[in-house]
Write a protein that binds this ligand. Sequence first.
Ligand SMILES: Cc1ncc(COP(=O)(O)O)c(C=O)c1O
Length: 369
Amino acid sequence: MIPIKSSNTKSSSIIAMGERLANAATKTGKEYLLLNRGVNSVVNIDINKVVKEIDFNSDAIQVYPGSKGKANLRNAINKEYFNDQANTKNILITGGGISGLDIAFQNINVDEILLPNFFWGTYVQILNLRNINFSSYKNYETLIEQGDKLKGKAIIICDPGNPLGEKHDDKELLKTISTLNKAGAIILFDSPYRRLFLDNTDTFYQQLLQFYNVVIIESFSKSIGLSGQRIGFIHCSDENFIKEATLRISYATNGINGFAQTLVSDLLFTELGKKAVSDFKLTTTTAIAKNIKYIKDHKLLANDFYDGSISQGIFAVVNKSTEELFTKRIGSVSLNYFTLVPNIEYDSFSRILLAIPHEKFVSFFRTLK
Ligand SMILES: Cc1ncc(COP(=O)(O)O)c(C=O)c1O
């Protein structure tokens, strides 16, 4: 027997539901909707034309990419996300958001990490893996009230959120971040759904550059539909954070896949790439908007959870249980999976993915009473 150190984690309910749906589909020969997962499924991004322009017999693809990531991609990110106002040295390429979060969690020396009231369950699994204390906060108001008491803690902000898909006003976010930054708390801004809805005219990330306690963790999985490429980035204005995070990335990975980096920099930089990205975003967000309208019109949206925010993201929480949705061949995940304080009441609410074609969405939901 190989002696094992426990990872202190468990596999997610999202995956368990995926297996249940796959089994049911095989058994019945009928289609089940995979609304349990966080994969934009309206269309795939069409990268075929962009890929034809890539020289695969090149060092860019075949040789170690460097620990910080390729200069081309980091420059493209600086332009796309920060209007060229960031220092490219402060941008590190990561193996997707999950790896960026893991690196950030390991890199900061804090007493605990505060999660949103309803949060992506994986945060807890990574924190358990790294033996880091955590708790949750109710809303931004309560964070602001706590002020200096938050020194020595890190706070995760995710907007639009997962599981609710709630979007707060950017002014409210900035006010909260500014207050926390001043109080000496660390802000982990993990909002991989934001840029699906916005392009480079969004100035929010530029405004975050002034805050030395902010770590931006970004991903190309959701905003441009490349979850299979496992790529994202971290930005932090604090040099020391970047220095140590670079070493951690270096010894954990030896750098991030060269093809994925070349592909994303071409998608952000070239005319063909920009067109592929904007087509993907437009088709995806149009379907999401129609699906949100449908669940609102049919009184399925769990309105009570959207106090002070609007439903905008790729997910929403509906007032139907996972079992009820399952009988209509719709996959979902109970709201209880997304909180530290499970509550029997939450079992009558489920998170669903909205990013699927509208006609298909309606064809399944129309059978719900
Ligand atoms: C809130 C949030 N952050 C980060 C991620 C990480 O995504 P990835 O590792 O694919 O970049 C996800 C994925 O579902 C997420 O929901």
